[in-house]
Design a protein around this ligand. Sequence first.
Ligand SMILES: Cc1ncc(COP(=O)(O)O)c(C=O)c1O
Length: 397
Amino acid sequence: MPSSFDEFPELDRQQFIRHNPAFQEKIFGRSGLLPFWVADTDFKVMPELIKALTERAELGLFGYETPTAALREAIAHWHRSRYGSEVVGKELLFTPSVNTSIAIIISELSKAGEGVIVQPPVYSAFMSTIKKLGRQVVYNPLIATEHGYRMDFDDLEKQAARPENKIMILCSPHNPTGRVWRPEELQQVCDICARHDVLLISDEIHLDIVYPPHQFTATLGIYAPLGENVVMVSSAGKSFGIPGLVSSYLFTPSRSIRTTVQKFIQRYHLDKSNAFSNTAIATVYRQGSEWLNSMIAYLQGNINFVDDFLHSELPAVRFRPPEGTYQLWLDMRSLGLDNQQLSTFLAEDAGLALNPGYSYGPGGDGFARMNIASPRNLIRQGMEQLAAAVKRRSGNV
Ligand SMILES: Cc1ncc(COP(=O)(O)O)c(C=O)c1O
């Protein structure tokens, strides 16, 4: 039976970054590509959200807003009821985006030249944010094994022990590899950071997109017995298709970190709320559980489709089904292309906008990231274009 996630109505999508021709031209050298790059969804949001935002608009009042107790409690309720994690509603801080939160924490809680640990291949904005703030990117690369990616704890211990390395950004679940960290893996990360007094930023923006039987574990719950040097940053943007409403939240049990971040937020007047995002967050976190489950089931169907397609039509491209996130980390190394050639091949020959693997740091060469949060027909078309391009290429060499 067709699902609402299959719908892709004809409309002008130029305002969306991933469909915007100028953006595609700038990043990929041409436009009109099937856009599987920026990590947002093509799906229409849940009907209850459209209703709530329509009612909010019809209220006709758009004075300055502040996060209400009800909004704070909705966020705390979501984390408690879905993940058993204790987020204290009244202590939540709000910023326009998760990247903003990460930048504030790095800028206020480390000094120029100090190191921030990341685990590549990982979300590229971590590296660019660290560099733009004049800090050093410190790599603790993931290890690729036959059974998927795992962390290198010996190396992490060494990096964390260096006095100049003050912060670690954990990506949980991990973008782009799709790993959902197990409690024992998180325990080791937390132990190492606590042992060396490294502030742990746990970026949990992908927390809700996890495929059974895997389960998301909140870092906060693991860290709590060890101390307070931890900040969880997240938002409802990825899970409910609302990054365009531009709002995120962060929680830390540390009063002193909270005060430091709060002062920054006030200094730069970032503490104004958006009327629509306030309504949206409260709505999705109170009413969105079932809708989210159905989106996860649809995404799982897309993953299965790609898995079957690659096995039968395109074995040269390999991937391991992700445990979480709507990103596929496609291994294209067997095509024998260098980074530049691979980017050109994907855009020019296959007509696809995929994120090049090398942008995710060490371990990314020869890979590409594909966002599968689109109707299955588009995913099918993308796979067919890729298979045809690979066939043409092998016919030519
Ligand atoms: C791990 C991770 N963190 C942060 C972001 C960006 O979030 P925001 O738009 O709230 O800055 C993304 C977006 O893809 C992401 O994958």
